[in-house]
Design a protein around this ligand. Structure first.
Ligand code: GP9
Ligand code: MN
Length: 400
């Protein structure tokens, strides 16, 4: 009801801390978001048989804000949940995909905010069918002006694999469209090739497979390497066309690639034992924010995909006070706020909480529940509030 909406409003507004010296450094720039399909943070700066899996991203990180403690907060909605988190700074649903279940809602999403502030044009680019994850419907609610989907690309048997159009031709063809998109723009690119079961052709293989007991893990390395190459090509083309300087880039892993079923292979690859703490670490996804001309920095602040929007808006110089977000600006995040995963587990500085058990990160051992207890209420309240907003369509009461 409207009363709930007003009550939520107070909570949602209490979020953001002090402005930092980075406020507005990317003001007015175009925004390019790239979701890195199934990319987990462990691939960054990781070598297999002496070769980097992500040489381009490793270089890019040197000149970027690289957040190396960011957790995957998606649920069953996979890529669509990652998009939901980025655009709304709300949690996805506990069951199903909000894209499929709540496309009729009013959202105060990133495209709407950018439209209001600087008349940004919003476009999403993806080589798959437009109905997948109900994107064609949901994008209207989220405020996208344009969705370039499979029907807009030249998709042939040669340039496709697995789910569809390969990432390199995807970026190549996308650039021609991007050139004609009105500026400033918010453009979101959803990559696809690095998707389970991680299939790749010989001609696209730039690194040897790993040699663990799990073929899935062995192949994963090669498809991540291909994704890295596709981003390199994209950046090269953007530079050639003079479309690089005026853009802020956000690259983020959408969710895990190696499911618990194949974790033995991962443990072999990384030479780490499988325990609850390492498992939680494998839930981390890379978050790279690249502002051309800004000095790079690795930032250890803990966070999740929900924090991307407030962090980006900070760089764009857009006040977040009235933005109804559950995320926090990662440049200013203070104290020991828990990073909350959709299943109710959470991570704080020295502890993690998973399946109703509290663990010390350092030892991996179970500790007394009273240590995690002080966070439980906040965690429950925050997930509940997010669900109430979505199921009650509460943001419709708050639109100015
Ligand atoms: C398909 C893409 C991949 O369009 O979103 O699907 P997912 O990673 O969500 O399984
Ligand atoms: Mn995905």
């Amino acid at each position: 009801t409207e009363t709930d909406a007003v009550a939520s409003k107070a909570y949602l507004q209490q979020n953001d801390a002090e402005p930092t010296e980075l406020f507005g450094v990317a003001e007015g720039k175009n925004v390019v978001v790239i979701t890195l399909e199934s990319t987990q943070d462990f691939v960054i700066n990781q070598k297999v048989n002496g070769k980097e899996i992500t040489p381009f991203l490793n270089d890019l990180i040197e000149d970027s804000f690289y957040f190396n403690q960011i957790y995957d907060q998606t649920g069953q909605g996979k890529t669509s949940d990652a998009e939901f988190l980025i655009d709304n700074s709300l949690y996805p649903l506990a069951n199903g995909s909000a894209f499929v279940m709540r496309p009729e809602n009013t959202y105060l999403s990133l495209p709407h905010i950018l439209k209001q502030n600087n008349d940004y044009y919003a476009a999403s680019f993806h080589g798959n069918d437009r109905t997948f994850w109900n994107r064609d419907d949901m994008y209207k609610a989220l405020g996208y002006d344009k969705f370039f989907s499979k029907r807009d690309y030249n998709v042939t048997e040669e340039n496709s694999i697995n789910f569809g159009l390969k990432d390199i031709p995807f970026f190549n063809q996308s650039i021609d469209y991007l050139e004609n998109v009105p500026e400033p723009y918010y453009a979101k690119f959803l990559t696809l090739t690095n998707h389970f079961p991680f299939l790749l052709e010989e001609e696209d293989t730039f690194i040897d497979q790993a040699d663990t007991e799990e073929d899935v893990v062995n192949r994963y390395v090669t498809t991540v390497r291909y994704l890295d190459k596709s981003i390199e090509t994209f950046f090269e083309k953007l530079k050639e066309k003079g479309m690089y300087e005026d853009t802020v880039f956000v690259l983020v892993g959408d969710h895990y690639g190696i499911s618990p079923k194949y974790e033995e292979g991962l443990s072999e690859l990384l030479d780490e034992e499988i325990n609850v703490v390492n498992r939680m670490k494998y839930q981390q996804v890379p978050l790279i924010i690249h502002v051309p001309g800004q000095e790079g920095k690795t930032i250890q602040t803990r966070g999740g995909q929900i924090d991307i929007r407030p962090t980006l808006l900070h760089l764009l110089g857009i006040e977040t006070e009235d933005r109804y977000a559950l995320g926090h600006n990662l440049f200013a995040r203070e104290g020991d706020q828990p990073v909350i995963l959709r299943d109710g587990s959470f991570i704080v500085k020295d502890h993690i909480y998973k399946n109703n058990v509290c663990y010390a990160k350092e030892s991996g051992q179970e500790v007394d529940e009273s240590i995690c207890e002080p966070y439980l209420d906040e965690v429950r309240k925050e997930l509940e509030l997010s669900d109430n907003i979505i199921f009650g369509d509460l943001l419709r009461f708050l639109v100015e």
